[in-house]
Design a protein. Structure first.
Length: 497
């Protein structure tokens, strides 16, 4: 029998959304589909491992080992096994909830991941709908032996997250950053094996996963990366946990909670430090936690407290405070952080005077869910190389993109060009410029890209003599034509023009 392909899996999973369509809000699809996918995957892998233990050790010892939770990455108790759930013809939602609870009780790493998903909502999730969903998922064999590639579940999960973000429209931006934008930032900050990587607003975990992919592509050991994150939204936090587990990344630490008000990644009363920090925080967040910041116990806001109605520089300062002495961070921000005055202007000045900013990359507009405004990527480094010290590189990449119906996207070549420009760190006319901190200081610490890179096209000089000559020639031709026309009109007895 042929193995399941990624395309077949993606198609099958997306069809499960059709079963829910009309019953629940599209922004809620992901919770139910991800929950069932995860449950089916754990159950199938458990049964596969159980059979292998019996085959390897014989019936008697094999059965004893099969009942030992230590033999499994995830032990699936009887009430959470797929075939057990399939036995229910009524109260199916309740049976799924019981399965989730049993899984969490048996596996500490799953605590709080599944139980927030409530399948016992009879007003929308009728037994009839849930029966169809279970039948649909039963057609999939998600055991390791049946998958045509090792990271297939993880990749299918990423595909679903993107599709749900498309479907959820504006809300999609709360849990998903377009993959190409993530790829760009990861390639700019270049994580390496053995590093600690942190995303303070990790959404569904895409930035951490792409950091792992980058290390893998560069022949590093992806399992040597330590992944950390924090996410405020409980449902999105659960998705991030499942996403990492389905990518076979069990050794991670994703905390629940508000990163600014209550950072959870703390050691001995200090903010934990990381080699790489990467994030796409919510743009210009209002009510971000100014009151708490004024009494911050961790000294994160040394350059100043951001204004109450825009938390951008709260996230930037938190990220910078989380960097090791040779650490680097990449963050997506709205253009306002480059030029807004007041408290933000003073914070920007402090960051620049500390020579922490390495590069500003202008991105095209309409790349993100929920906002059409153009954004930028800021790269901060605590240990800039000698030739980069005292300078900031500006990259004007606003015009390089693939136009889309609802959203624009960065192409592979656009990413390649930006990364090459960042690595070269030199001037390219109308595209990049290395600017000294002195020049930026003379511009009142304004980082608006157009101040440093002139993209205007020079107007062609007009050769007045040749223009006058052309006009004379045209007038001469006009006179000739008029003379001929009058000759014809006279012949016809019609008079002259």
């Amino acid at each position: 029998m042929s193995q399941l392909t990624l395309r077949e899996l993606e198609s099958h999973l997306w069809k499960s959304a059709d079963i829910l369509r009309g019953s629940v809000d599209s922004s809620d699809y992901k919770n139910y589909i991800f929950g069932l996918l995860f449950l089916k995957r754990l159950s199938d892998v458990f049964e596969e491992q159980k059979q292998r233990l019996v085959q390897e050790h014989g019936e008697e010892i094999g059965q004893l080992l099969a009942d030992d939770p230590d033999q499994y990455q995830f032990f699936v108790p009887t009430s959470a096994r797929w075939e057990e759930i399939r036995k229910h013809a009524s109260d199916i939602g309740s049976a799924i909830n019981v399965a989730f609870e049993a899984l969490e009780n048996e596996n500490q790493t799953l605590e709080g991941v599944l139980t927030p998903i409530d399948f016992n909502r009879k007003e929308v999730l009728t037994d009839s709908v849930l029966l169809r969903l279970l039948q649909h998922f039963s057609l999939l064999d998600l055991s390791n032996a049946n998958l045509s590639e090792p990271d297939m579940l993880g990749r299918a999960y990423e595909y679903l997250i993107k599709m749900f973000a498309d479907d959820a429209g504006k809300k999609g931006g709360e849990f998903y950053t377009p993959s190409k934008v993530v790829e760009l930032i990861v390639k700019l900050i270049k994580p390496e094996e053995g590093m600690r990587v942190y995303d303070p607003t990790c959404g569904s975990g895409g930035m951490l996963i792409q950091s792992v992919d980058y290390v893998k592509e560069h022949n590093g050991n992806p399992q040597s990366l330590s992944l950390f994150g924090q996410e405020k939204n409980l449902g999105t936090w659960a998705i991030a946990k499942m996403n990492l587990l389905l990518h076979n990344l069990p050794d991670h630490r994703i905390e629940k909670g508000d990163t600014i008000r209550e950072p959870k990644l703390v050691e001995d009363g200090e903010i934990m430090l990381f080699d790489r920090v990467i994030a796409n925080p919510p743009f210009s967040l209002k009510e971000w936690g100014r009151e708490e910041a004024e009494h911050d116990a961790y000294g994160r806001f040394q350059y100043g407290i951001p204004p109450k109605n825009a938390g951008d520089y709260a996230f930037i300062q938190h990220m910078v405070a989380s960097l090791k002495a040779d650490g680097k961070c990449g963050v997506v921000m709205p253009h306002g952080v480059l030029f807004r005055g007041g408290a933000e202007g003073k914070i920007r000045q402090g960051l620049l005077e500390s020579d922490l900013l390495e590069a500003v990359v202008g991105l095209p507009s309409n790349l993100f869910y929920g906002t059409g405004i153009p954004a930028c990527v800021l790269i901060f480094s605590r240990n800039k190389s000698a030739e980069r010290k005292g300078n900031v590189l500006f990259i004007a990449a606003e015009d390089a993109y693939q136009e889309g119906k609802n959203q624009n996207t960065l192409r592979d070549d656009d990413i390649k060009n930006i990364v090459a420009a960042f690595d070269a760190y030199e001037d390219v006319e109308k595209y990049t410029r290395v600017v000294s901190l002195d020049e930026i200081k003379n511009n009142d610490y304004n980082l608006n890209i157009t101040r440093y890179i002139d993209k205007s096209e020079e107007e062609e000089k007009v050769d007045l003599e040749s223009v006058i000559m052309s006009i004379s020639e045209l007038e001469s031709k006009r006179a000739d034509i008029k003379m001929k026309l009058n000759g014809y009109l006279r012949e016809l007895g019609l008079g002259e023009v």
